[in-house]
Design a protein around this ligand. Sequence first.
Ligand code: PMP
Length: 453
Amino acid sequence: LSSHRALADHYGQLATQAPTSLDAFWMPFSANRQFKAAPRLLASASGMYYKDVEGREILDATAGLWCCNAGHARPRIVEAVRKQIETLDFAPNFQMSSPLPFVLAERLAELTPGNLNHVFFTNSGSESVDSALKIAIAYHRARGEGQRTRLIGREKGYHGVGFGGISVGGLPNNRKWFGPGLPGVDHLRHTLDIGRNAFSKGLPEYGIELAEDLERMVALHDASTIAAVIIEPISGSAGVVIPPQGYLQRIREICDKYGIVLIFDEVITGFGRIGDAFGAQRFGVTPDIITAAKGITNGCIPMGAVFLSDAIHDAFMQGPDNAIDLFHGYTYSGHPMACAAALATLDTYAEENLFQRARDLEGYWQSGIHSLRGLPNVIDIRNYGLIGAIELAPRPGAPGARAYDAFVHAFHHGGLLTRVTGDVIALSPPLIAEKKHIDRIFEALADALRASA
Ligand code: PMP
């Protein structure tokens, strides 16, 4: 027992003290040189709060990175993961398996809309997207329509960083460094329209006509060449783009008319973020495929999932019984640790009724975020569910700098973790937030906005 405790102390210390060197770790999506000159290091977390390596408390207004919807270090999840690593640390899922992926898939299928009754496991949002794109193309092939290979994304779309994801994605910085990407990809225009929709509360009024871009793509390329359209019901990484009223419904209609697979990328909107298990339910639009990750394990173990309709799944089950139906998968698909974390996460969401809680808080959240209107440089505020965004006028010659300064100020002076993307400060607190946390988020942000004017 004493050696057990000594080991725990040893690893506990490594995880909570500032490291002696910051050289070797090349941080993703970061200005590494700037960060390493003045690092922000989180050491522990519980409920709504992180603590940094100096022991300062930081209120989490981003659920980690849109992941920890139930807040941090939730007891059920901790126990499930602890138990699982002692019982079965790894099991392959190629022609072999273990109980938990089956148990979890059944539970997840109960949460999904419509007949999305089949689950393919991955380890991240990027893997979920690339898996979904491959499955959509292979689905048409399985039905004898192998010429349907074209994929359609949107400007400002973010679908992770795989070659499939950056090809259908529409953020220039994620694409321009990495060559031409997949052939046969086209993009719908994005729907962000600050001119007409500035300071909208909930779904913006203008922009449904942009869905007709899909009709134009069909006219241009012919439906017989188009496999799938991928859309985030609400995009996060592009700076929070909320769909105009009726837009998603219209996209669904056009997909139905031409036999195009509709994929909703719900990596951030899944698991309660906008008040339902999935955005699909909140918007009343059922896609053929949903991609998910993040909130599926409350962020604590990497996991992603692709939810597939009966029709798509069944198209792969037509060959001989002993034939492999889908030549695709990952060593860690359905990893037992991730499955254990996910099951306990779903139990936590259900026990605490957290999806409904997000809806109950939405009005308070909306009033809070719109109270920032009129502060220096604020040119738009957007919100839906427990998502919010504050867009700032760019500082001349230094795009993104103003929002970044506000983020750093909020962290150091307000004890608040936010997220910046370009000139947008994005917010997505854990769904366990209380009104007092919401008040503090907007007080600290108001200070940060004044200070970084
Ligand atoms: N799709 C969407 C909509 C996302 O927001 C993200 C991550 N922010 C991804 C895909 C990629 O997920 P991951 O970083 O887990 O690969």
